[in-house]
Ligand binder design. Structure first.
Ligand code: KG4
Ligand code: ZN
Length: 344
């Protein structure tokens, strides 16, 4: 099918999101977030998230159909996040998608949340980037990936050995008494700060880490260093702390991702996931890839955090590659990595 019309559903965390694409063209992207219901708990509460998905699902689908100016019966294939994510939240999405697929007799693709973060970058572009290095940085994951084919072949070169980058942003934000989710709040506060004010540690970048952890990340030492600095410095300038913390994360992410691109002879770097919405990371990525002679590809900031367009984008690539859909009744997997991109 050359230009399939695909509807994608994402419910892995606190966004109930539906996207519609035709081939690589984005037609609709509707998101209903339950983030405000979780804010007072300082993190996402799974049961609240599942309930919010159930409540929002039908209207989000209806809105996306309206925005795309299509009808449900026009859809050629459905896609849904099958993992990783919160299991109850995932099951609301897979159940809704299975119902649509069965009722309309169209194939359903249960797809990987992590690879769909990368695949959203294909929207609006007819250039295939692969082979590329992927830097996937989100609330639950931070990995360097070798992407031979977005729809079928993504290999993990390295990952965080403790906190994910987004998790580090969220934890430091709490120390700075900022709102949840912490990433956007730190991004804003850091604009007024000096990124070189405090020399925070860059985890797993020492010569003796190279052998075992060349492309791995660690952010727990950084978190401890920021916490200690705040305890020992009563007159700390919060904006400088935010900017210097952010700089340490950005520096280590880009140093390792660019090194991987050069080592594997990949001409492109795809920067994706919620933390890829960070303004300093985006600006520095542009500078440093240019210096290294690597092409940077990153989705617009609004498509970096969780959305349905990314699920539709990956599904569309799979349909176009001639891959068959998932069997009826396929399960969701809360802790899957990248060992499978499509549920069989
Ligand atoms: O990809 P995502 O929406 O959800 C997961 O799959 O985890 O990522 C959410 C994470 C959160 O930790 C959030 O704080 C972070 O992305 N984030 C940011 C920014 N926007 C979102 N981190 C840094 N700067 C931002 N502007
Ligand atoms: Zn995500």
């Amino acid at each position: 099918m050359s230009e399939p019309l695909v509807l994608g559903i994402e419910t892995s965390c606190d966004e109930t999101a539906v996207g519609i694409v035709r081939g690589r063209t984005l037609l609709a992207n509707v998101i209903s977030s339950s983030v405000e219901q979780h804010a007072r708990f300082g993190g996402v509460v799974p049961e609240i998230a599942s309930r919010a998905h159930l409540e929002a699902m039908q209207s989000v689908i209806a809105q996306a159909i309206k925005e795309a100016k299509v009808s449900l019966s026009d859809i050629d294939a459905f896609g849904v996040t099958a993992g990783p994510g919160l299991i109850g939240a995932l099951l609301v999405g897979t159940s809704a998608a299975s119902g649509l697929s069965l009722a309309l007799d169209k194939p359903l693709y249960g797809v990987n949340h992590l690879s769909s973060h990368l695949a959203v970058d294909a929207l609006g572009s007819d250039v295939d980037l692969e082979p590329a290095i992927g830097l996937l940085v989100s609330g639950g994951h931070s990995s360097i990936l070798k992407v031979a084919d977005l729809a079928s072949d993504v290999e993990v070169l390295g990952s965080t050995i403790d906190d994910a980058a987004g998790e580090a942003f969220d934890k430091i934000a709490r120390l700075l008494a900022l709102d949840f989710p912490g990433g956007p709040a730190i991004d804003r506060l850091a604009q007024a700060g000096n990124p070189t004010a405090i020399d925070f540690p860059r985890g797993l970048t020492h010569a003796n880490d190279r052998e075992e952890h060349l492309y791995d990340f660690s952010f727990s030492g950084l978190k401890t260093a920021v916490s200690r600095y705040l305890q020992q410095t009563p007159a700390a300038i919060r904006a400088d702390v935010a900017a210097s913390f952010q700089e340490a994360v950005v520096d280590v992410l880009l140093t390792k991702a660019i090194a991987a691109a050069l080592a594997y002879g990949c001409e492109s770097l795809i920067l994706a996931g919620g933390v890829a919405a960070n303004s300093r990371l985006r600006a520095q990525a542009l500078l440093r890839t240019e210096e290294a002679g690597i092409r940077l590809r990153t989705p617009p900031a609004a498509l970096c955090t969780d959305n349905g367009a990314m699920v539709a984008a990956l599904t569309s690539l799979m349909v176009q590659a001639g891959q068959a859909g998932s069997p009826v009744g396929f399960g969701a997997d809360s802790s899957s990595g990248l060992e499978r991109l499509l549920w069989r």
